[in-house]
Design a protein around this ligand. Structure first.
Ligand SMILES: Cc1cc2nc3c(=O)[nH]c(=O)nc-3n(C[C@H](O)[C@H](O)[C@H](O)COP(=O)(O)OP(=O)(O)OC[C@H]3O[C@@H](n4cnc5c(N)ncnc54)[C@H](O)[C@@H]3O)c2cc1C
Length: 385
């Protein structure tokens, strides 16, 4: 009897692992994806609120997200699945000079990378978002090419299309070890058995550090908790994702948008951060964010909240993902530390990983990998994590 050897084993069927499996299978390889949970996208993926933007401050994330937006926006026409993509744009609003200054400094960088983003003064911004509180409003950035989609529908679409192309999945199975022989990967061990491969991709999201340790490596990914919620659906009145970066007691920024079928989906960044893997929601979140949202947009006063939840951002010290091959162990690849943007980065990262595995990287890919290298100094800081 011969043991089946997989071209690649991906640890994690999440925002990164699922598109990676799809692009590898699309290229004719036979990946296996192993996940501890019962179905695709049950880690951080399903906690994401669905925001997708290319308007970052570093070339690597801009390029990855531009590739992602191309994939999200053409998915339904190409593969037939409705992932609820909506190109409503993003707007970071300013009510104080501090935010105006931060956003305008960032804008100069974003425009230098050719991104479609502009500053709108108060009246022009109110044309785009008429329901913003007008008191003290200075203006804001507006990037019409950004948008949103459904994380769970996206996960399901990548999963279904990856399987159609020959990718295999094992759910309810935890990876417990990475098997090495003479300095290279030869397989993975799980609580359900073992599988042979010469390439393992760590796409374990908030749990990435413990998977890296199985390979004898350390990776600085520390999860922290963020909470989110969804309202009843209402008639469309809001196009862009609205981001308010003003700090307030107990929280940093918060953001919300109207999802394609009508509900408002919102989430907040707690301050100080709540470090750890606890996914039970708190009772302080909803009163805190509702006050801030209704202050920013009084029209939301009577909308009913249907559900709240809590999920994890897999954070890195500098706010940038960690993607690349390990130098210490041949055949082991990190695709971790997606922070608050793993859903939007996922398709771009998946396509990049497929090129990395096939050794078909472009010069642009090499630059991305250099910026996101596991061996960088972690000294820079992403402005909008
Ligand atoms: C409230 C909230 C809102 C957010 N909003 C957005 C947003 O609008 N846009 C955006 O882009 N991002 C958003 N994010 C961030 C996004 O959810 C994450 O960055 C992203 O999901 C991380 O993807 P991942 O593939 O790295 O991890 P995951 O999606 O968590 O996938 C990792 C998978 O690995 C599996 N795994 C781990 N260890 C093992 C093991 N030992 N064996 C087997 N399986 C294992 C897990 O079960 C999991 O399914 C948000 C996050 C939160 C919490």
């Amino acid at each position: 009897m011969t043991t089946k050897v997989y071209d690649v084993i991906i640890v994690g069927a999440g925002s990164v692992g699922l598109p990676t499996a799809f692009f590898l299978a699309q290229a004719g390889l036979n990946p296996l994806v192993v996940d501890q949970f019962a179905s695709p996208g049950q880690g951080s993926n399903k906690a994401a609120i669905g925001g997708i933007r290319a308007t970052h401050s570093a070339p690597s994330k801009i390029r990855l997200s531009l590739e992602s937006i191309e994939i999200f926006s053409t998915w339904q026409d190409t593969y037939g699945d409705n992932i609820e993509w909506h190109q409503g744009g993003y707007s970071f609003v300013a009510y104080q000079e501090r935010e105006e200054r931060i956003l305008k400094e960032l804008l100069a960088v974003q425009q230098s990378y050719g991104l479609d983003i502009n500053w709108l003064d108060r009246d022009d911004l109110l044309e785009v978002i008429p329901d913003l509180n007008r008191k003290n409003l200075i203006g804001g950035t507006y990037s019409p090419g950004d948008g949103s989609a459904s994380p769970l529908l996206t996960a399901h679409a990548f999963y279904t299309r990856a399987r159609e192309r020959g990718a295999e999945f094992r759910f309810r199975e935890r990876v417990t070890g990475i098997i090495r022989r003479r300095g290279r990967v030869v397989g993975v061990r799980t609580d359900g058995g073992g599988y042979a491969t010469e390439t393992v991709i760590n796409a374990a999201g908030p749990w990435a550090r413990s998977v890296a340790r199985m390979a004898g490596l350390d990776v600085p990914v520390v999860p922290d908790s963020h909470e989110a919620g969804i309202t009843e659906p209402v008639a469309r009145f809001l196009e862009p994702m609205v981001v308010d970066i003003r700090p307030a007691p107990g929280s940093k920024n918060y953001y919300f948008y109207q999802h394609k079928p009508g509900p408002i989906i919102f989430c907040i960044t707690p301050d100080p951060p709540i470090v750890g893997t606890d996914r039970r929601e708190t009772s302080v979140f909803l009163p805190m964010i509702s006050r801030r949202m209704v202050g920013l947009m009084p029209k939301l006063t009577n909308i009913k909240v249907r559900r709240t939840w809590r999920g994890l951002y897999p954070m890195t010290p500098d706010g940038f993902p960690i993607v690349g091959r390990a130098e210490e162990l041949e055949g082991y690849i990190q695709a971790v530390g997606m922070c608050g943007q793993g859903y939007m980065l996922g398709p771009g990262v998946g396509a990049l990983l497929a090129r990395l595995v096939q050794e078909t990287l472009t010069p642009e890919d090499e630059e991305i990998l250099q910026e996101l290298s596991p061996y960088r100094e972690f000294e820079a800081e992403e402005k909008l994590k």
